[in-house]
Design a protein around this ligand. Structure first.
Ligand SMILES: [Fe+2]
Ligand SMILES: [Fe+2]
Length: 213
């Protein structure tokens, strides 16, 4: 069992299914459609799928709703291509999510992945999304550099790359650290989890990613 830090929606909150939460979600196919209706860059779709995989992994481990958590991962950057500034993303995506039938819990979680919105990650869902976003992007960048991709990737090698400021410089090391703190996990453990989560779809995220879903 994951040791989750205290806050709204802690251990018992994790076990809630969408039924128990009293919400309905449009589902993965609808999330995929919303994402791909607004996203043409394969790398960005791949990032969404990587974060989805990490979210599903943590949901499964913690007994949370895998579909809900996966959809939040898949959708978190759905508006980035059409809202490519920090003023717009993800704030301007929120009304679009509501319009598409996504409940407030999902809308809030997506706002909370972006520190500049001022929406603090509070629930386990929100904390996990925050923690998986930057790190998922980073491990995919590391995999692209390795001839063997994800196979055999160790937390130690990822940590070493994190210390190289020029490597994947767009990934905020501060946010990676904060994500680990939010989850109450050592960085090496969170890295190992995210690598394990993404490895099964790893080959579809590097190289020619066109058409992967
Ligand atoms: Fe984002
Ligand atoms: Fe992201």
């Amino acid at each position: 069992m994951v040791q989750w830090v205290d806050g709204p929606g802690t251990v018992s909150g994790m076990t809630h299914t969408v039924e128990e939460l009293g919400i309905e979600i449009p589902g993965r196919a609808a999330a995929w459609e919303l994402l791909t209706d607004h996203t043409t860059q394969p790398g960005l779709v791949g990032h969404a799928r990587a974060v989805e995989a990490a979210m599903r992994w943590y949901a499964k481990r913690g007994g949370a709703d895998e579909e809900l958590w996966g959809c939040v991962g898949l959708l978190h950057d759905f508006d980035w291509e059409i809202h490519p500034t920090l003023e717009q993303h993800p704030a301007d995506g929120a009304p679009m999510l509501r319009e598409a039938g996504w409940p407030e819990l999902v809308v809030r979680a997506i706002q909370a992945h972006a520190p500049h919105t001022g929406v603090e990650p509070e629930s386990d869902l929100e904390k996990t999304l925050f923690a998986c976003d930057e790190l998922s992007g980073f491990v995919v960048a590391v995999a692209r550099m390795r001839p063997e991709g994800f196979a055999g990737m160790t937390p130690k090698s990822v940590t070493k790359k994190l210390k190289t400021a020029s490597f994947a410089a767009g990934v905020s090391r501060e946010d990676v650290d904060r994500g680990c703190e939010l989850l109450g996990l050592a960085k090496s453990e969170h890295i190992a989890n995210v690598v394990e989560a993404i490895t099964p779809i790893g080959d579809t995220l590097i190289g020619d990613v066109t058409g992967a879903r």
